[in-house]
Design a protein around this ligand. Structure first.
Ligand code: ARG
Length: 401
């Protein structure tokens, strides 16, 4: 039987050429698998047909949107996941869900190998291959762009020689990856990190400087999951989509940063993630109201570690699984409502309301209803500072002053 190879297919120039390239180089049959993770753009059926026209023996398109929102974006929201305190893991989150479907397709079609179109310089090769290995240790991987010299120039020549039904003139100088959680733009003039971003780069967000009516939104959470917006029930996917639209219109969620890649390179990235950034702001504030202090502090450390594991391609790993259990447990009481005003590029929380609140008005108030017994504080403060005081006394004694 002819060997079969499953290819992670995007519909773009590189992976379209990769179909024929792989078939030519290996003699194998290529099965193209494309996923809808909410990237918008072309119709998935058009993409499927293109894969077949480029020589795939089979082409599968999968609607992964709800699965992606519920099982990948939601845990990231609950972890308050921001890599290097800024990047909401947009691309890093989509790779594992895509890999799940690639591995399934490999099983369904009896393929021995999974191929991807990543270069050797980025994070995505790491995420694809480590995830494939974690889910199916016996599958082989193939990376023609990285390992067999399928450069962009060669890809264009290959496509033109064979008359492949794809555009070979690139009008877009950027490398873009997008899904419902956000959008990443790199390369081009952005590689000079002194160059400021231009308005042209953005697609999910309007210019935050442009004046428009502020937008007030009410988000209801149940166990750390957004379940209603302005009182209307929503799925996780709908919550992200609606917030992308509304926060995007207010210019929220633009990020310009230099980040540390897994492979050791620092790179310049422009992101926009309006829905994600607005939901993160709301979720974080509801946690401030409902999480016990020590749990909240420790959760920050766990969330950061979780974020690094996901960024580094370790979604399907033992430590990540263990941290998931902790993070899940913390969400039990993250219930209630957050009111936010979105305007001029920021989402500002203006109100919080929760049945599981730990905020106690009578303990916090400075007016007549105060129930806090201030006399308790005196002894507490003395004991709290005792060890520090002892240490200073010792230092003075030892230095003989
Ligand atoms: N640097 C980001 C990450 O590693 C974005 C990668 C985007 N990929 C791309 N092909 N443009 O998650």
């Amino acid at each position: 039987m002819t060997e079969r190879i499953v290819l992670a297919y995007s519909g773009g120039l590189d992976t379209s050429v990769a179909i024929g390239w792989i078939a030519h180089a290996t003699g194998a049959e290529v099965i193209a698998v494309a996923g809808d993770v909410g990237q918008g753009g072309e119709d998935m059926e058009v993409i499927r047909q293109r894969a077949l026209d480029c020589g795939a023996v089979e082409a599968v398109v999968a609607d992964m949107r709800d699965e992606y929102a519920d099982e990948y974006c939601l845990p990231a929201l609950q972890a308050n996941a921001l890599y290097m305190d800024r990047y909401p893991l947009v691309s890093a989150l989509s790779r594992p869900v895509i890999v799940k479907h690639l591995v399934q397709a490999a099983k369904d079609f009896g393929a021995s190998t999974v191929a991807h179109g990543c270069t050797g310089k980025g994070n995505d090769q790491v995420r694809f291959e480590v995830s494939i290995g974690a889910l199916a240790p016996d599958l082989k991987v193939l990376a023609p762009v990285r390992d067999s010299g399928m450069s962009r120039d060669k890809a264009i020549i290959f496509a033109e020689e064979r008359d492949l039904p794809i555009q070979t003139t690139r009008s877009n100088p950027y490398s873009i990856d997008q899904n419902v959680w956000g959008r990443a733009v790199e390369t081009g003039f952005l590689e000079d990190i002194w160059n400021g971003p231009i308005e042209d780069l953005y697609d999910y967000t309007q210019d935050p400087a442009a004046a428009r009516e502020p937008d007030e939104v009410l988000i209801t959470f149940n166990q750390g999951k957004p379940v209603a917006i302005d009182g209307r029930p929503v799925t996780m996917l709908q919550a992200i989509e609606e917030m992308n639209r509304r926060a995007g219109a207010q210019g929220i969620g633009r990020i310009d940063m230099v980040e540390d890649r897994v492979v050791g390179i620092k790179s310049r990235e422009i992101y926009e993630a309006p829905g994600a950034m607005a939901l993160l702001a709301a979720h974080r504030e509801l946690e401030n109201v409902t999480l016990e202090r020590e749990q909240a502090r420790f959760k920050q450390t766990v969330g950061q570690r979780w974020t690094e594991l996901v960024y580094d391609g370790l979604w399907f790993s033992p430590l990540k699984r263990s941290l998931d259990a902790f993070l899940q447990d913390t969400q039990q009481h993250v219930n209630g409502e957050i009111r936010m005003t979105m305007a001029h590029g920021t989402a500002v929380v203006t109100g919080r309301r929760s049945e599981s609140s730990l905020y106690d008005f009578n303990l916090a108030t400075y007016d007549a209803q105060d129930t806090f017994d201030q006399s308790m504080a005196k002894g507490f403060v003395q004991l709290w500072g005792l060890n520090t005081k002892m240490a200073t006394a010792r230092d003075l004694r030892v230095s003989g002053q």
